[in-house]
Ligand binder design. Structure first.
Ligand code: HEM
Length: 186
């Protein structure tokens, strides 16, 4: 059995993870800025990059259905395995729900998203200020929950690597990041 992630799964994992961290930093920065051309520029980048993460997450989920993730080691008891699966499910759910709530919010506020600043993306809702404000609150709340899950996810990966030494982190790292020969079928 192949116990490593495919190169495509690794690429999508690290690309999406980097984009999400950037989106969180830009998101909190732009909302605290005074109105200025820079603020509007940040909003535009945040929105089209967020829609891109949404589409990439759908691609990642499709890939995961085609190439299921390797199983967890037997050294983890059943309860921990269940917890890990629930955590991963929550992360996938938030990777879809957060950009979708942003896209819906922008649509309800009547501010269209323009991909790469060039291609206008269709609005998902017609203009509704009150709904726009509710979706903004939802977008912010989901982000705080996301930050809690991402922090736990990173701490768990570090514990597996440095305390349990069970190879869980290694199997998601790019091949060039470690020298050990390993059995990979992709
Ligand atoms: C994974 C994707 C995304 C992440 C991690 C993310 C993260 C964030 C964060 C951390 C904030 C600051 C929260 C606050 O203080 O209000 C924010 C605000 C915002 N986001 Fe996102 N976002 C994502 C996708 C999107 C998308 C796809 C759109 C729209 C197409 C969008 C539109 C906005 C807008 C308009 C705000 C400002 C809300 C306000 O007016 O206060 N976001 N986002």
């Amino acid at each position: 059995m192949n116990n490593h992630y495919s190169s495509t799964a690794k690429l999508l994992h690290w690309f999406i993870a980097t984009a999400i961290l950037g989106l969180i930093v830009i998101g909190f920065t732009m909302t605290n800025m005074e109105l200025s051309p820079e603020k509007l520029q940040y909003y535009s980048w945040h929105k089209w990059a967020g829609v891109s993460v949404f589409l990439l997450t759908l691609a990642r989920l499709t890939w995961r259905l085609l190439r299921p993730a390797p199983s967890l080691p037997n050294t983890m008891n059943k309860n921990l395995q269940l917890l890990a699966h629930l955590g991963h499910f929550a992360l996938y759910f938030l990777c879809v729900a957060i950009p979708l709530s942003g896209w819906l919010m922008s649509s309800a506020k009547g501010v269209q998203t323009v991909w790469f600043g060039i291609w206008p993306i269709p609005d998902l809702l017609s203009k509704d200020k009150e709904l726009g404000n509710q979706l903004r609150d939802l977008h912010e709340t989901l982000n705080w929950i996301f930050i809690a899950f991402i922090s736990t996810h990173i701490l768990a990966a570090l514990k597996h690597h440095f305390v349990d030494k069970d190879g869980i982190l290694i199997r998601m790292l790019p091949s060039f990041a470690f020298s050990k020969k390993r059995n990979q079928s992709d």
